[in-house]
Design a protein around this ligand. Structure first.
Ligand SMILES: [Zn+2]
Length: 409
């Protein structure tokens, strides 16, 4: 069995043309359930049929191509990713995982290999959550995380709903088409960060997806005039908030096992000569260590903020608005992936995924794992997103072996 890198490059190029959402700057803007998404889906289905797969799509528009096994009733091995992108995104995020899944099937077909279990290629709808929030909406729907009516009612900024747009592009299928029991699942994806490139390693064996806490912090001081109020007598909510932002950054650097990010900060009333009485800011905390996340929001950060609030004579509240636990991937699949890399002489390392992926919902119902390829400059969700093809070839070769083995177990 042999990976054909030229074929992968041709397929990736065909899935990223201007008609399918390719941008003049070499990136991608293909929002879920848009006309360009429909065009990409139509192309994928044509390819799946050319490869001899049986195609279907479910009530969330997730597309499946099934390669029959010798024992057709066994649970399939699932491989795939997503074709939607963020606006001004890149050509590799998600798309590469679909191309790699197609390549696995092509390589099996070329070699005349039949497997015991079926293999299903999947394209998950709206992974990015750029048009319909939250992310991973349709894998969550198909795998029982979200109710269908709730998913269908999710609206974009123009007020168009997921359910209506799914019907409009002709991809509203039946519930009976949803993925059934899964033997095991693999997703190849770009790392979207700098770790593999920095270490010079070709393949990332993904430990799992980090846990996430989203918090909203509100700081309350006293509104006052910027002129007459002496510096020593102020209760400035923005100064206190600024100190809190720096404090969580410093704490994360010292602690060393979590990322802390303030991405939004809004002072009120936001006027040049008014000492801000109220500031709200977001706090995104991520770690592979679930108990650590609990400790951060329950003890460490409240202690830091309380000390700053006392010094600045302000009040604050911290609410956890959204929490997902860390999702470790299947241990046996990770060990086998590492062993394959050792056998072939591919440099590899384990690392945690810092961003969400559909595979984390699959991991709730079946053994799942992901492989990462390096990402040039660590840059993703931007038009210059790029990944080195020699490493992609190695990671896809590992994927092919993993799938072939799993489909014969
Ligand atoms: Zn992705």
């Amino acid at each position: 069995m042999q990976i054909d890198l030229d074929r992968m490059q041709r397929r990736l190029a065909a899935l990223t043309t201007p008609a399918l959402g390719g941008t003049p700057a070499g990136g991608m803007s293909r929002l879920a359930l848009s006309d360009t998404d429909r065009a990409a889906r139509d192309l994928l289905i044509a390819w799946l049929r050319e490869l001899g797969l049986t195609t279907r799509f479910d009530d969330f528009g997730n597309i499946y191509g099934r390669r029959a096994g010798r024992e057709p009733d066994l649970a399939p091995v699932l491989i795939g990713s997503h074709l939607d992108t963020v606006p001004g995104g890149g050509r590799f995020d998600g798309i590469l995982g679909v191309v790699a899944a197609l390549e696995v099937v092509s390589a099996l077909n070329d070699a005349g290999v039949t497997t015991r279990r079926p293999i299903e290629v999947v394209d998950w709808t709206n992974e990015e959550g750029a048009r319909f929030t939250p992310a991973m909406l349709a894998s969550g729907g198909a795998l029982g995380v979200f109710e269908r009516d709730w998913v269908y009612a999710r609206a974009d900024r123009q007020g168009r709903t997921f359910g209506d747009e799914l019907a409009r592009i002709g991809y509203r299928g039946d519930e009976s088409a949803r993925v059934g029991p899964i033997a095991t699942s693999f997703e190849l994806h770009i790392e979207q960060g700098p770790v593999l490139e920095a270490s010079g390693e070709s393949v990332g064996v993904v430990e799992g997806v980090v846990g996430i806490r989203w918090c909203r912090v509100t700081v309350r001081g006293q509104s006052a005039h910027a002129g007459p109020t002496p510096m020593a007598l102020r209760r400035d909510a923005l100064v206190a908030a600024a100190r809190m932002v720096v404090a969580v950054r410093d704490h994360a650097r010292t602690e060393g096992r979590h990322n802390a990010t303030v991405g939004s900060l809004v002072p009120e009333p936001g006027v040049v000569n008014v000492i801000p009485p109220v500031v709200t800011f977001s706090l995104d905390l991520r770690s592979q260590d679930g108990p650590l996340l609990d400790r951060l929001t329950g003890e460490d950060i409240p202690a830091l903020f309380a000390a700053i609030a006392a010094e600045e004579r302000v009040e604050y509240t911290l609410e956890v608005e959204w929490a997902v636990p860390p999702t470790p991937f299947d241990a046996a699949n990770k060990e086998r992936a590492e062993a394959i890399c050792r056998e072939r002489g591919y440099s590899a390392r384990r690392l945690w995924a810092g961003a969400g992926h559909d595979s984390q919902y699959i991991a709730r119902v079946a053994p799942a794992m992901m492989l990462f390829t390096p990402t040039i400059g660590g840059l993703s969700h931007c038009e210059t997103e790029d990944a080195p093809w020699p490493d992609i070839a190695k990671a896809t070769d590992v994927l092919l072996t993993l799938v072939a083995e799993a489909a014969n177990r």
